[in-house]
Each structure stands twice: as structure tokens, then as C-alpha cells.
Design a protein around this ligand. Structure first.
Ligand code: ADP
Ligand code: ZN
Length: 736
């Protein structure tokens, strides 16, 4: 430093500006360099605003970078520093890790963790009343109660005082008028109340107690440890991890709970509140901007102690995160497949490792990956084999549809219809589950065989009869349901093929005209709000028969539900994806797990054409372990994850030829490395989406191969993406 200034003085050059690297939210591989203006204080992690070309962007000051390499004349200054704590070293390491693992631009990953903190209007002060002494002109019993309450010298809000004294507001107002109170102003109440670990102490006994103490131990140890709670639906897993949360709170740590469908789990928030006396802060994409701003701030400053959020909550820059819970860890919703492709479950484990604190994964049907980690001891396994209290698992039976076919034009077997009738007669609830939105998945012309396909995707148009539309579930394209075939012009010969939930509802209404039915599907007009209300209505027993997609499968507690009927148990098995069996098993277990959670005798019926299929056998036998052993064995043989590694490259372009040529070019550029091979290119499972043609390359590597290095080399050596060509990289793809 000294020699530098001496040097400057000797040669009379202007002082060298301090130069720092800044990550900008653009698809570029590295940080850009910026000058720090005189008097501006920045450090690594500072959230700043910087110019890039003609525009201003939000960015994060980073470390390293070769400042000398920048031409000082081209250097532009940082515009401003936002008034918020800088990202911690822990958070910065996490961002770098995610960026290099997913091969995503670091600035785009960092963008998920920062916000330009808007200047929030300060919350107004709260007007309050303080007893100034004296007596009222007339002492009515109501007035006496108010005076009893205010004897201590603490201020009260007007309504708080009326409530505490059990009198109407006018009584309080009358006393105010007589000058018995002075007005004082109090700071606004905190945005979120602090959860209290000892607000209620639940009775935890037996297997729950053992499980809880093992998990609480990892929180006490306060270092990285991953646990997996593997317990049947209703076994009390939530209650067990609440104990871990309580311990983390006692130790002054912040807690993150990841949930797959947070927007629909109002009941979870209430349950948390019942245990801790305050709700956790929510974080998901339906959050209004102001709430989003407040939660982000509260997390950064440490004011908020617990967040329950969707996968993106993993990138919140907590001040002192000390525990992560990943509930329903197997859920596909944890995988983001947009811009940055990442699995929040896996990245959560990384975050816990970098931050050196414990993480708890929770599921009734753990992913094969987590099962294997449990078996090899990488995760500490905790089992809860039976339901809590006197609730029993539902009795599960297969309905062989070859032997018990539905009547013509129907999809429900007589066996199923009888079971529904019996349930409704008893005043209990039945759920008919079909994971298919709309009325019918395909519309066909009986005369010429024309099928209605999306003009810009390789998918059929799905009929939605309530809306009188046919829709593409890929891109949202829709048109009015046609009356004539566009191919042959014949009227009234279009037929709906196969069922969706709307069609099942129609069948139910035909058979049970008196029953109260509710359809639960994401197509409901009214969105999340309406869905929350419907879920509440179901829980309150305001429906006899519920017809639903996977929206009803997750986490809900419906006390009266004693029958779960799976309309098409084979549905998920047909698509040729090696993960199909696992996914189907998980979904079916979860749906049937909605039945009988409060001790009523309950049943599950699964309509299938393949009763011998291992998934069906695993479900009805209640023995998941045989199924998992088989799945794990097959993955191991084929060196599929977690016994090998996979990445997929989707090459898309406006023309089929361009997409294919580029994919071939990449394939040709693939380096020769033992243990890694490239499959394809082949048309991607969805060959056309929104008018873009898609080809896929699959890179398969042995467990310890350096996939990231391989992919980087391949992309660098391959053709540059030009024109409409785009390459999307997905490390650890969901389907393969
Ligand atoms: P899971 O998360 O495994 O599906 P839950 O934690 O939701 O199971 O528990 C199932 C039901 O049992 C819930 O209604 C819950 O309130 C109740 N329950 C579980 N553990 C306890 C406990 N220790 N004390 C009281 N009720 C409990
Ligand atoms: Zn489409």
C-alpha cells in the first residue's frame, strides 16, 4: 500500500481506483469488474446496482477476479450500494457451488438470493391509551371492569382494552371523553410474532420419542448431519420434526421448512401455530410483492426465525440458518426446470453441509436416492412404522378391471361404485383420484380418425367441458370445442377418448345425484384462494364425494375420509421412464394415505389392468421394502442414479433441422473419457413445445466421474448456439 502511494506520488498519476468483481444477473460465465467510487463502502456480498451497457442491474460484490486485467478506461463505477446486510460467506459459497454443479451462470444463481430492497414505507405508530388517573362521573359495572384492567401503568390499544375488560368500545370511548386517559404512540408490532419453542409441549412417546431424540441430538450437536425420517402417512413425522425445530429455536437458530405445495397447506401453518404460538413466515410464488419484501428483509435481519416455503426459499439469505427440514423429500415439485435446473432437496443438503448444520429429510415414501443414502449410512435413518394413536392404515385392495369392467361409457367398476355408495350412506367421505385434468385427454373424429393436436406442441388437446374448450397442457393453447371435424367436415361425430376428472365427476353425478361432490383440480376458477376454500370445505365434511387430481394427495388431513378410490392406478406406469414405477408407488401411497387418519375404519381401492405389477403388489401388501429393494437392484445393474450419474442436454430450435444438426455437432464434440458415454441425439420426450423442436442428448457417467468437467469441455468444443438454437443443460434430470 505504501509503495503504491509512493509510486503514485513520484510519477504524479491519479490514484488507482479500487476495483471489485460484481456478479450481474445475466447469462455470462463470470463477474464483471467495477470501480468503487471514492467514499463508497462495499465488501464481498454487498448488494449493489451497476451499469451494464445502457441499463442498470442489481448485482453482488464478489471475490477474486483479476482487476489488473481490466482496461481502467473501460471501468465503470458502481452506481449505489443497497442498505441491507451483505450476503454471508456461507451464502456466497453456496451460490458458487450451485452454479458450478448445475453449470448455470453464477449471476443468475445469485439473482435468486438477492432483491433490490425497496424503501418500504415505515409502518405507522400505533395509537394507544394510558390511564391518567381519576374516577369517572358515574361508575357503572362495565366502567369498573375497565378501570380494574388499566390499573397497571401499561398502555392499551382501544380495542385491546375493550377486549381485555370484556366491554364494548363505546364504554372505553366514554372514559376517554372524560379525560381519564392520555394518548401515547407505540412502535408498530413486529411483522411476525416469534415462535416460542415451549409454547405447548406435546406428549411424545414410544417410537416418536425415540425418533425425536435422535433428531434433536443432531440439532444439539450443531454440526452437519443428514437424517431421513421414513414413516408411514399419519405416523406423526411432523410432530417429530417439530421437536427438532423447537431445539433449534432454543439455540437461537433460524429454521427453514421446505414443503412442496406450500400455497395449499394453510392447515400446516395453523398446526405450526398451535405448537409454537406463532405462524412461520411463508415464501412461495403466490406471495404479494410487499409481503415478499418483508419476508426477505426479516430473514436477512434475523427478525424472522422460521420460514415455511417452496423450493425457492432455499436461496433466502438467512442471517443464521441452523436447521433445514425437507418435508415430502421425494416430491417432484422440488425439481426446478426453468432457467436454473436444480433439485431443492439435493441443494438443501449442500447448503446444510456448507453451513455445517443439520438437515432432516422427511417422507412416507423416500426417493430411491435417499433410501440408498440411508442404507449406506450417509443419512441417519429414523423409522416410524405405524400410524399415531388409534388410526390404522387403510385396507387396500386391487380391482382387476379385466374381471370387473365398468359399464359402457363409464370408468368406475361396479365394485368401486358399491364402495362409494356404502361410504356415503355412512355419512363418510370418498375420494376418487385421477391424475388428469379436464374432461378427456383426447378428442377423435369417428368418421375420419382425425385427432386434435396442439398446433405448436407434440401433445393432444385436452377437452375441458366446463369451459367448453380444448386445451394444450404443454403451452396453454386453447380453442372452443369444435362441433365439426376440421379434416372431413362431419358434424357431431367427435368423441372424447378416456377420462379426466370432469368426466369422472359426470359419472359420479349420474350414479349419486343426491351426493354433494367437489372437484379439486388446478383448473378451478378462482385459483389458489378458491382451492384453499375447497380444501377447508372437504376437511369440514361439506362434501360426500371428492374427485381430484394430485392436488388432494399432498399432506391434507380430511377427518371423515374413509374411502380412497384410484380410478387408474396404471396411469403413471406407461411412459417408459425408468423412474415411473417409483413415482407411481409414491403417488399412490400418498393418495391412499389420505384415508382413515382419525381412527375410522378405512379402505382403498385401486383400479388396475395389471394387478401383478410390482407397484400394485407393493401397495396392497403394505410392504414397501421389497419394492424398493427391487428398484434399487435395477438401478444398480444399469448404473442409473444414484449408482451412476446422468445429465441431459436439450437442444431446441425453431426448425427441426437446426435442432438436430446442433445436437449432432455437440455429440461429435464429446470428449473420449472412460466411464462416460453419450446417448443420442434422439427426439426429446416432448419433441415439439411452443413451436420449438427439441432433441436430447443423455450423458451417462459412472458414479465418480467428473460430469461437470466433461460437460464443460463438450460445450466449449462444440458448435456455438446461434440463431434460434438454445441448449438447456439438466444435471440429474427427473426423467431419463
Ligand atoms: P405424518 O406427518 O407422519 O403424516 P402427522 O404428524 O400429521 O403425521 O400426525 C398424524 C396425526 O396424529 C395428526 O393429526 C397429529 O395431530 C396426530 N399426532 C401425531 N403425533 C402426536 C402427538 N405426539 N400428540 C398428539 N397428536 C399427535
Ligand atoms: Zn401446445
Amino acid at each position: 500500500k505504501d509503495s503504491e502511494s509512493l509510486f503514485g506520488a513520484l510519477f504524479d498519476t491519479p490514484p488507482v481506483a479500487r476495483v471489485v468483481p460484481v456478479l450481474v444477473p445475466l447469462p455470462v460465465p463470470e463477474a464483471y469488474s467495477y470501480a468503487v467510487p471514492e467514499g463508497m463502502a462495499v465488501e464481498p456480498g454487498s448488494v449493489v446496482q451497476v451499469p451494464v451497457g445502457p441499463r442498470q442491474h442489481i448485482g453482488v460484490v464478489w471475490e477474486g477476479g483479476d482487476a489488473q486485467a481490466v482496461d481502467p478506461k473501460k471501468l465503470r463505477p458502481i452506481t449505489l450500494v443497497f442498505d441491507c446486510p451483505p450476503l454471508t460467506a456461507e451464502m456466497r459459497s453456496f451460490i458458487e457451488w450451485v452454479s458450478s454443479y448445475t453449470l448455470s451462470p453464477p449471476g443468475l444463481v445469485a439473482r435468486m438470493a438477492i432483491r433490490a430492497p425497496a424503501a418500504l414505507e415505515p409502518e405507522p405508530m400505533v395509537e394507544a391509551l394510558r390511564y391518567a388517573g381519576g374516577e369517572p362521573d358515574r361508575l357503572t359495572p362495565a366502567r369498573a371492569r375497565v378501570l380494574d384492567v388499566v390499573k397497571e401503568d401499561v398502555p392499551w390499544t382501544r380495542s385491546g382494552l375493550a377486549h381485555a375488560a370484556g366491554v364494548s368500545l363505546s364504554v372505553v370511548d366514554g372514559l376517554v371523553k372524560q379525560g381519564l386517559f392520555e394518548t401515547v404512540f407505540l412502535p408498530p408490532p413486529p411483522f411476525v410474532a416469534r415462535p416460542d419453542p415451549d409454547y405447548t409441549l406435546p406428549r411424545i412417546e414410544g417410537p416418536q420419542k425415540q425418533a425425536a431424540s435422535e433428531i434433536v441430538e443432531t440439532v444439539e450437536a450443531g454440526v452437519f448431519a443428514a437424517s431421513l425420517i421414513d414413516g408411514v402417512t399419519g405416523s406423526g413425522k411432523t410432530e417429530v420434526y417439530f421437536e427438532a425445530i423447537a431445539e433449534a429455536l432454543r439455540r437461537g437458530k433460524q429454521v427453514l421448512i421446505l414443503l412442496p405445495e406450500i400455497a395449499l397447506t394453510a392447515s400446516f401453518l395453523e398446526r405450526f401455530e398451535a405448537r409454537f404460538g406463532a405462524k412461520p413466515a411463508e415464501w412461495h410464488s403466490d406471495l404479494p410483492p410487499r409481503a415478499r419484501e418483508k419476508v426477505w428483509r426479516g430473514v436477512v435481519t434475523g427478525e424472522i426465525r422460521v420460514v415455511a416455503g417452496a423450493r425457492s426459499a432455499l436461496f433466502l439469505p438467512f442471517e443464521e440458518l441452523g436447521l433445514i427440514i425437507v418435508d415430502e423429500e421425494h416430491d417432484p415439485a422440488y425439481k426446478q426446470e426453468d432457467r436454473i435446473f436444480y433439485n431443492a432437496r439435493d441443494m438443501a443438503v449442500v447448503r446444510a453441509r456448507i453451513g455445517n448444520f443439520p438437515i432432516v429429510l422427511v417422507s412416507a415414501t423416500p426417493s430411491v436416492e435417499s433410501q440408498v443414502n440411508g442404507q449406506t449410512g450417509r443419512y441417519h435413518l429414523v423409522h416410524l412404522p405405524t400410524r399415531y394413536g388409534d388410526a390404522a392404515m387403510p385396507d387396500l385392495h386391487l380391482v382387476d378391471m379385466r374381471r370387473h369392467p365398468p359399464e359402457r361409457g363409464g370408468f368406475l367398476s361396479p365394485v368401486m361404485l358399491r364402495a362409494v355408495a356404502k361410504t356415503v350412506e355412512k355419512g363418510q367421505q370418498a375420494l376418487l383420484f385421477l391424475n388428469r385434468r379436464g374432461y378427456a385427454p383426447l378428442t377423435l373424429c369417428r368418421v375420419c380418425g382425425h385427432r386434435f393436436q396442439c398446433p405448436q406442441c407434440s401433445s393432444w388437446l385436452v377437452e375441458h367441458r366446463f369451459r367448453n374448450q380444448i386445451q394444450c397442457h404443454q403451452c396453454g393453447y386453447s380453442e372452443r370445442t369444435p362441433e365439426a371435424c376440421p379434416e372431413c367436415g362431419t358434424f357431431d361425430h367427435l368423441v372424447a377418448c378416456g377420462p379426466g376428472v370432469e368426466r369422472i365427476a359426470e359419472e359420479v353425478e349420474r350414479h349419486f345425484p343426491q351426493a354433494r361432490t367437489i372437484i379439486m383440480s388446478s383448473d378451478l376458477l378462482g385459483g389458489v384462494k378458491r382451492m384453499r376454500l375447497e380444501l377447508e370445505a372437504i376437511a369440514n365434511g361439506e362434501a360426500d364425494i371428492v374427485i381430484g387430481t394430485q392436488l388432494v394427495a399432498k399432506g391434507h388431513n380430511f377427518p371423515l375420509m374413509t374411502l380412497v378410490g384410484i380410478v387408474d392406478a396404471d396411469l403413471g406406469l406407461a411412459n417408459g421412464d425408468p423412474r415411473a414405477a417409483e413415482r407411481t408407488f409414491q403417488l399412490l401411497s400418498q393418495v391412499t394415505g389420505r384415508a382413515g387418519r382419525t381412527g375410522l375404519k378405512s379402505h382403498g381401492l385401486l383400479q388396475t389392468y395389471q394387478p401383478q405389477h410390482p407397484v400394485m403388489q407393493a401397495i396392497v401388501s403394505g410392504d414397501a421394502s421389497a419394492f424398493y429393494e427391487r428398484e434399487i437392484g435395477e438401478r444398480e445393474k444399469a448404473l442409473l442414479p444414484p449408482f451412476g450419474r446422468l445429465a441431459s442436454l436439450i437442444v431446441s430450435a425453431d426448425s427441426r433441422g437446426d435442432a438436430e444438426a446442433h445436437a449432432r455437432g455437440l455429440r461429435a464434440a464429446a470428449p473420449k473419457v472412460s466411464g462416460i458415454s453419450v446417448l443420442g441425439p434422439a427426439e426429446a420426450p416432448l419433441a415439439l413445445v411452443r413451436g420449438r423442436h427439441r432433441f436430447r442428448l443423455l450423458v451417462h457417467g459412472r458414479k465418480n466421474s467428473d460430469m461437470q468437467a466433461y460437460l464443460r469441455t463438450m460445450l466449449a468444443a462444440g458448435p456455438k448456439a446461434r440463431g434460434s438454437v438454445h441448449v438447456q443443460l439438466d444435471v440429474d434430470p427427473q426423467s431419463f
